[in-house]
Design a protein around this ligand. Structure first.
Ligand SMILES: [Zn+2]
Length: 446
């Protein structure tokens, strides 16, 4: 276990002490002492930060800069949430659900959405985003619904949020038609307007469209027109007899967009045998389509037609990884009919996935940690993510010594830094033992 005590952030506004004339290394704004970097946990290092970037990593950095003792704890470049819906989070108090099915969730949220205002979306999304920041998330891709009922209200609110919280998190906005595209006149014009107004990428939801293949084709056409990546909601049931995945792979190759296309859910992959899974994984890897698994939602919504022996409906991301598929685990929904739970912790999501999928060895648990850090960074094509010299100083300290312990023990992030500035801190819990242990045992011992 790590050293006892608390993490106390030094103030990065400080600088080299007055009167110090000899500094053995370059001046720093800040230094972390005795850190274990995720993936290289066997060695302790100091991490030096200057002008918002990591400028030095070595066994011992000589500097008078303000120091934060990490005391052997795990340091990561923050969690990366590739799939969340900020715009429809925190609405359980205005929804009534009885069946718990995907169809009911879509219909209930569609009804609630009619009353959304820009300010309402901003306030709820802000609550969810702040929770995610406090759980150590430094990069996020949020899906935002666009259709003629909501117009661009949610998009405008989330774009404001992106700007207002840029000090703590890099937020990507993926606009998408949750209720269909070809069956919903006016939706494509709104997607175009959002792309014109700066949406970072575009998503699709062919399972709610009356013409799924035409839906997929239109999304690819828009992505080409605006030169943006694509992130689909796809294959969101557990019937493996048909898949839209084939069409997404075909279109990805046709448009030469390998490495820029992701699919979320892919729950059908939980229902195929190992040989079929391997063949599909090879196809996904070959054409450069990534997969995001959303265990909280998938566990809640899948298998509702079963009265007992309910299938889990969670795609085995760690097995897809073995065949070269880029994968991530993500939050999806928070406190709404799709997922009436959520603390915005990606460590919890990794733990939930590991428990569900029966991944329990140290290597498997470490892989689950990678599925919420370095692998989603790859999915989002974040080329300057990582604890490395030259990268932005995005640094999160967790109260554990390695990645597998973080997932197994649901370790909390205790300190976060974004681009060289402390963005949050969390005090470690303290056990208050009685002053006189013998007297306490006597008083309460039976
Ligand atoms: Zn989603």
């Amino acid at each position: 276990m790590c050293g006892a005590g608390s993490i106390t952030p030094a103030h990065s506004s400080g600088s080299v002490k007055a009167g110090i004339t000899v500094v053995l290394t370059m001046p720093l704004d800040f230094v972390f002492r005795q850190a274990r970097v995720a993936g290289q946990e066997d060695v302790l290092v100091d991490i030096g930060v200057r002008d918002g970037r990591i400028v030095e990593i070595s066994a011992e950095i000589v500097t008078e800069a303000p120091a934060t003792p990490v005391d052997g704890r795990l340091v990561a470049p923050g969690f990366v949430d590739t799939h969340i819906h900020l715009d429809k989070s925190c609405i359980m108090d205005r929804c009534r659900c009885e069946l718990g099915t995907l169809q009911e969730a879509i219909a209930t949220v569609a009804a609630a959405k009619r009353a959304f205002t820009e300010e309402d979306v901003y306030v709820r999304a802000q609550r969810t985003l702040e929770r995610a920041i406090l759980r150590g998330t430094t990069h996020m891709r949020t899906h935002v619904e666009v259709d003629p009922r909501i117009g661009l209200k949610s998009f405008t609110a989330i774009r404001r949020l992106k700007r207002d919280y840029a000090w703590a998190i890099d937020l990507e906005i993926c606009v998408f038609p949750q209720e269909g595209l070809t069956n919903d006149p006016g939706t494509e014009a709104l997607l175009v307007a959002a792309c014109e107004a700066g949406a970072d990428l575009i998503g699709g939801c062919p399972y709610t469209d009356t013409d799924p293949h035409a839906h997929i084709a239109r999304i690819f056409a828009l992505a080409r027109r605006y030169d943006v990546d694509i992130d689909f909601h796809l294959d969101f049931d557990i019937d493996p007899s048909w898949m839209h995945l084939d069409e997404v792979c075909r279109q990805t190759e046709l448009h030469r967009l390998g490495g820029r296309v992701a699919i979320g859910h892919a729950t059908k992959l939980s229902a195929v045998d190992p040989d079929t899974l391997k063949a599909i994984a090879c196809r996904l890897a070959d054409c450069g389509v990534a997969v995001t698994v959303l265990p909280a939602t998938d566990l809640f919504l899948m298998g509702r037609q079963h009265s007992h022996n309910i299938p889990r409906g969670v795609a085995p991301a760690h097995r897809l990884l073995r065949h070269g598929v880029t994968c991530s685990l993500a939050t999806n929904n928070v406190l709404n009919p799709f997922t009436p739970f959520g603390d915005c912790s990606l460590v919890r999501i990794a733990n939930l996935y590991a428990n569900t999928i029966q991944a329990g060895t140290p290597d498997e648990l470490a892989a689950c940690f990678d599925l919420v850090t370095v692998l989603p960074a790859r999915l989002m094509n974040l080329d300057d993510y990582g604890i490395a010299v030259g990268n932005p100083a995005d640094i999160v300290v967790l109260d554990c010594a390695n990645r597998s312990a973080a997932v197994a023990e649901l370790s909390q992030p205790v300190l976060g830094m974004k681009r060289g500035r402390i963005s949050f801190s969390r005090a470690l819990p303290v056990l208050h033992r009685p002053d006189n242990l013998a007297a306490a045992k006597s008083a309460y011992g039976r």
